[in-house]
Write a protein of this length. Sequence first.
Length: 94
Amino acid sequence: MLRLSLILAACSVVVTAACQDPCVALAERICSCEPTESDRRSCRTDRIVNQQSQIAISDTDRELCAEKLDTCSCGALDENDLDACGFVVAAGEP
């Protein structure tokens, strides 16, 4: 019975991860690159928890986030390859 419970728990984790919004997954990945646990928690709170109810994400946004999941990494951010993680500079900004 314990084995069945462990298998079900593992399956629910896989299903939850597979069903996660790609933009939330991308934000999680970006936040995971913060240097300390405190910074990672703060990032998650600022970028995910607080903004989810304030920003409407379209299907086009989700497709872009899914694409950026393939290229976004801490290494890309360290090398200032911001486009790899979907960051864009607004017109008129340096």
